[in-house]
Design a protein around this ligand. Structure first.
Ligand code: NAD
Ligand code: UDX
Length: 469
């Protein structure tokens, strides 16, 4: 197989939250490499090409500047997938791998249909040897399936498959890509496999220290990604489990997090108790891990990890229930302001956001929900509710109860309660005294992110309730 000493052209299939920012940073840091980002979704590609940088499909601090620098120079967004495949020596697959919603493994396994389609397209179209890089998060041993498809469907070209999972977190994607804790590359142990690993490592070495580029076998790399997300999410479920006990006992969960996080063996990060983790990765990847464990007949291991997701569901439910209980056991006809809808601050992504589930539970009790989020569109919120509605009738009922605001203060005027679902920094700067004056009394605040000062809020007259307090 021909493996060039230096890669000159790469193509990434999938222009989403990972493909877009990752390739933009590679293009910025490697002006000598031509970077094509291709996608089947023409609207997404048009948005990436929009001259108005506020219209990029992904909101990430610093992303617009990177795109502005590299786009049209050596970074190109296009729907011409076949051309991108033909031109590149290295092809990244960065398409979505959602939880399967049909058939075998429904609700647990990762749906690999988009990855498989990519592999078939690469095999069909390639006119020269290619290094194919798994950037999407995949179950362990997927590379084997990709290789089988490439070999069976190809026209005699040779392929090497690498695993290069992405560890960026949304909201800090650019900072994470600039200075990753590590870059992980898994490949085969033969000479061509090792040469392929080196070709990819050389790209990252343009800005990442070689010591931070870890190389492993293929299966270890694939499984490391699922394991990393499972460990991170486990920390949140662990502290959230303790938050429930804090609420019963008078201990304060933030003080506990500080106390235990000071132990260097535990560490201080990812100990922030909250209304529950969201995002497109944690739940999906843990369920996938659970499915794999069951598949390999390891029910105890599967149950152990599944509990992380169950605890998260419990946390979202507990938050909604606390609102209903506090508002005298009914929220019917009551105005509840939602500050934030995104699954975390500094992103417009709402996938699996706790806000969606809390809103649904309150609306089932007939609450009027008034949402303000600085980056999330009304259309997105409606789509989120549609996705979680049990029936058309339920969706219709929810649409009647949800209201959208472009400004924060009208969302809270004459509200019975405010629920903070996302930790946007601007929420801390609001004039809470005038908000209090314009609310119905008693004025409740349920802080699902513990971002406000509880003593100050009490002083202003609010009935303030944080998570684990
Ligand atoms: P996304 O949904 O934002 O983007 C995926 C893109 O792939 C979409 O634009 C879609 O149109 C495109 N696509 C799907 N099938 C295609 C095909 N056959 N040809 C061309 N384009 C196609 O998803 P994402 O958040 O970027 O995630 C991508 C992968 O990266 C997933 O496996 C995810 O688990 C993983 N990941 C995500 C994050 C994150 O923070 N979002 C972090 C690390 C890893
Ligand atoms: C995660 C992983 O962090 C990242 O490495 C991986 O590549 C993709 O999945 P992401 O989902 O984008 O990233 O964001 P993350 O910062 O991990 O937050 C996930 C959720 O956990 C958010 O809803 C966040 O608010 C919540 N969270 C995070 C907490 O509730 N408490 C914490 O201490 C940290």
């Amino acid at each position: 197989m021909t493996i060039p000493n230096t890669i000159k052209t790469i193509t990434c299939i999938g222009a989403g939250y990972v493909g877009g920012p990752t390739m933009a940073v590679i293009a910025q840091k490697c002006p000598h490499i031509k970077v094509n980002v291709v996608d089947i979704n023409p609207d997404r590609i048009a948005a990436w090409n929009d001259s108005n940088l506020n219209s990029l499909p992904v909101y990430e601090p610093g992303l617009a500047e990177v795109v502005e620098e590299a786009r049209g120079r050596n970074l190109f967004f296009s729907t011409e997938i076949d051309d991108g495949i033909r031109e590149a020596e290295m092809i990244f697959i960065s398409v979505n791998t959602p939880t399967k919603d049909y058939g075998l493994g429904k609700g647990m396994a990762a749906d690999l249909k988009y990855v498989e389609l990519c592999a078939r397209q690469i095999a069909r179209v390639a006119e020269s040897d290619k290094i194919v890089v798994e950037k999407s998060t995949l179950p362990v041993r997927t590379a084997e399936s990709i290789r089988t498809i490439l070999e069976a469907e190809g026209n005699g070209q040779q392929f090497k498959v690498l695993s290069n999972p992405e560890f960026l977190a949304e909201g800090t994607a650019i900072a994470d890509l600039y200075a990753p804790d590590r870059v992980l590359i898994g490949g085969e142990q033969d000479e061509e496999g090792q040469k392929s690993i080196q070709a990819l490592a050389d790209i990252y070495a343009n800005w990442v220290n070689r010591e931070n580029i870890i190389t492993t076998r293929l299966w270890s790399s694939e499984l490391s990604k699922l394991t990393a997300n499972a460990f991170l999410a486990q920390r949140i479920s662990s502290i959230n489990a303790i938050s429930a006990l804090c609420e019963k006992t008078g201990a304060d969960v933030d003080e506990i997090a500080r106390a235990i996080g000071a132990d260097t063996r535990i560490g201080s990060k990812f100990l922030k108790s909250s209304v529950g983790f969201g995002g497109s990765c944690f739940q999906k990847d843990i369920l996938n891990l659970v499915y794999l464990c069951r598949h390999f007949n390891l029910p105890e291991v599967a149950d152990y990890w599944e509990q992380v997701v169950k605890m998260n569901d419990y946390q979202k439910h507990r938050f909604a229930k606390q609102i209903i209980d506090s508002l005298f056991n009914s929220v019917s006809g009551k105005k509840i302001a939602f500050l934030g809808w995104a699954f975390k601050k500094d992103t417009n992504d709402t996938r699996e956001s706790a806000a969606i589930y809390v809103a649904k539970e309150l609306m089932l009790d007939k609450a009027e929900i008034h949402v303000f989020d600085p980056k999330v569109t009304k259309e997105r919120i409606v789509e989120d509710l549609k996705n979680v509605a049990a029936s058309k009738a339920e969706f219709k009922a929810m649409k009647k109860l949800i209201h959208f605001h472009d400004e924060p203060y009208p969302a809270m005027n004459e509200a019975h309660a405010i629920a903070i679902l996302t930790e946007w920094d601007e929420f801390k700067t609001y004039d809470w005294s005038s908000i209090y004056n314009n609310m119905l009394k008693p004025a409740f605040v349920f802080d699902g992110r513990n971002i406000l000062n509880s003593a100050k809020m009490d002083e202003l007259g609010f009935r303030y309730k944080g998570v684990g307090k």
